[in-house]
Design a protein around this ligand. Sequence first.
Ligand code: JD8
Length: 393
Amino acid sequence: MHIDVVSIFPEYLAPLRMSLLGKAMTDGIIDFATHDLRDFTHDRHRTVDAPPYGGGAGMVMKPEPWGEALDHLRGAGDGSRPTLLVPTPAGHRFSQAMARDLARREWLIFACGRYEGIDQRVIDDAAGWAEVIPFSLGDYVLNGGEVASMAVIEAVGRLIPGVVGNPESLVEESHSDGLLEYPSYTKPRVWRDREVPEILLSGDHAKIAAWRAEQSRRRTAVTRPDLLHSSQVLAPDDLAEGSLRPAVAGDLAELFTLTKSCWVPEALINDRLDIPPLHETLEQAAADLQTWTTLVLRSGGRLVGSVRGRADGTSYEVGRLMVAPDLRGRGLGRWLLERIEEQAPEGTERFWLFTGERSTHNLKLYRKAGYRLDRSIPTPDGAVALAKRATGR
Ligand code: JD8
C-alpha cells in the first residue's frame, strides 16, 4: 500500500515510522511518504493561508499550493485512482469498518488541513481524479488533520497482511465483531490479593469462550450500548445508565407502535377487540402523558419498554406495562414494574392494575411480583383487576 500525507507539519507524522508500522515501511509492505505543503508555494513567506471570503474568524488554506501538491502526487503516481482522505470535523465518522475497507485499497493520500480548513474547491476539484472521503475521528475539535490521519494510518496499516505478526489477534479485538473486547489477565495468578477469574485457569476452552463472549456483551451493554443491538440486552443489568427515563412527546410515535405491537396479541389472546390501547389515538396518548407518570426504556437507540402509573388517594394504578415482543422473557417486565412502583408517592398503600383474564404470561408476571386478584375493583369485560399492598411506602 502507498500512503502519501500532505501537511504544513510533515514531521508530525514521524512517530508512525516506529514500531510495527515502521517495520512494515522498512520491509516495503507500506510505502509511506510525507510532503510539506509549503514546498508548493512560490512566495518569500511560503504563504498557505488567507482570510475567508465572506468574513469570519481565522484563516483558510489557499487552493493553489494544494492544487500543485496534489498534482505533483498524481504525476508521481502509477495512473491508478487514489483515495483522497480529508480529515475534517465535518467528515464521515471513522470506524473499524472504514479501516477494513481502506486496508483493501492500493493508494491513500491524506490532505491534512490547518487553520479553519482547506478551500472547498480543492476537495471539489479532486473528486475528478480521486475517490474523496472527508472523515472525522470523532465529535471533538482538533487543531488540524495530522493527528486524525495518524490514527487512521495506524488503524488501517495494522490490518494489512504481514504488518501484525499474529493475524489471529486481529480477530478477537474490540470492534472486530462490533462488541468491546473481554478483560484480559496474565501472570501472577494473584496480584494485590486480586485473583484471575477461575474459569480462565480451567482449560475448558468452550467455557472460557462462553465466559469471554458474556464479558464482551456485558461490557458493551454498559459502556457502549450504541454498539449493542437491543436484541442483545439479555437482562436488566445489561441496561446502561439513563436507559429508563420519563416519556416525552418525542417518544409518542414509538410508544404508539409499541402499544399496538403489544396489545394486538393481547386482543387475540383475550378474543376482545374493545381494548382501549388498540383504539387509542396519538392525541389521546399525548394527553395521557399529562395525567400519568410514564417511563420509557431505550436500548441501542430503540424504545424497548414502557410502563405508567398514577396515584388516586392511597392507591396507585399501574398500567401499560410493555416490553418489545422480541425482548420478552429477560426480566425486563418485572424490572419495569419495580421501577414504576418506586414512583408512587409517600403514603401509597396499594398498587393495582388491570390485565386480560386470559393473559397467562402477564398474570404469571404480576403474581410473581406479589399481585393477587382483587374482585373489589370494578373491571371492564374480559379483564381482571390485581392488587397488592404497598410495603415500606
Ligand atoms: C482537520 C483544521 C481545525 C476545525 C476550526 C479548529 C478530524 N475529529 C476531528 N476534530 N477536528 C478535526 C480536524 C480539525 C481541523 C482540520 C480535522 C483542519 N482543523 C479547525 C474547524 C474549526 N479549527 C477532526 N478528522
